[in-house]
Ligand binder design. Structure first.
Ligand code: CA
Length: 230
């Protein structure tokens, strides 16, 4: 079953879309803003994003930019009342896959969704990389500078999360929630996370240059190609 995320601040529109998509067999979630949207995108896997442009706080453009900067390749269909050619071009330039001006006929939306999902199936992201560190999501293998690196399942999940969020600081709280799926944060969790980070660093960083996994004092960690961290 395909999973679709809708980021749309107008409740009525979001509800109508949700209902229609669920009725057509799509598993669907809605988010009212970018923050909620990214939380869901980081928590679950989606096959398609329906994105409104005019949102409170971060606009649809910001969301799209962040998404593509993170290397997330899921198909994005922009739904917006702003349907001037300029907006359309801007959206497509920023990595949207399609654009539908509001108001639209629901069958047309369904048709476009089907096209994107068919296309998306062929180029689903199967590899993550930073510098010469590579992760193959199909075969569950990791290598750096062409040297295979053996990870435990937990180390693999941890590295995957860090790679999906590369060049961004992730806190221990995020790791506890996303990698260990622990929601109530207690002190022993921090120690466990630190132990895993140390082990992971030994495997992916110690025999190689440059260092990629950095500790950001008092905040968390970052997987980054930049030597100096904030
Ligand atoms: Ca809106």
């Amino acid at each position: 079953m395909f999973r679709i995320l809708i980021i749309e601040d107008e409740k009525k529109v979001a509800e109508a879309l949700l209902e229609g998509l669920v009725r057509n067999g799509y598993e669907t979630d809605t988010a009212e803003n970018g923050e909620e949207g990214f939380y869901l995108l980081n928590t679950k896997t989606y096959d398609l994003l329906l994105l409104d442009l005019m949102l409170p706080g971060h606009s649809g453009y910001d969301i799209l930019q962040t998404l593509r900067d993170k290397g997330m390749k899921l198909p994005v269909l922009i739904l917006s009342a702003r349907d001037s050619t300029d907006d359309k071009v801007a959206g497509l330039d920023m990595g949207a896959d399609d654009y539908l001006g509001k108001p639209f006929a629901f069958p047309e939306l369904l048709a476009r969704i089907r096209v994107l999902l068919r296309r998306g199936n062929h180029n689903t992201e199967t590899r993550l990389s930073i510098a010469d560190l590579e992760m193959d999501l199909v075969h569950h293998t990791v290598q750096r500078a062409d040297t295979p690196i053996l990870l435990t399942n937990r180390e693999y999940d941890l590295l995957r999360y860090l790679m999906e969020n590369k060049e961004q600081i992730v806190s221990r709280e995020m790791l506890a929630r996303q990698v260990w799926e622990v929601t109530n944060r207690v002190t022993p969790m921090d120690n466990l996370i630190d132990v895993h980070i140390t082990r992971l660093r030994r495997k992916i960083d110690e025999p190689f240059e440059p260092r990629l996994l950095h500790t950001v004092r008092g905040v968390g960690f970052i997987l980054s190609e930049k030597e100096k961290q904030p």
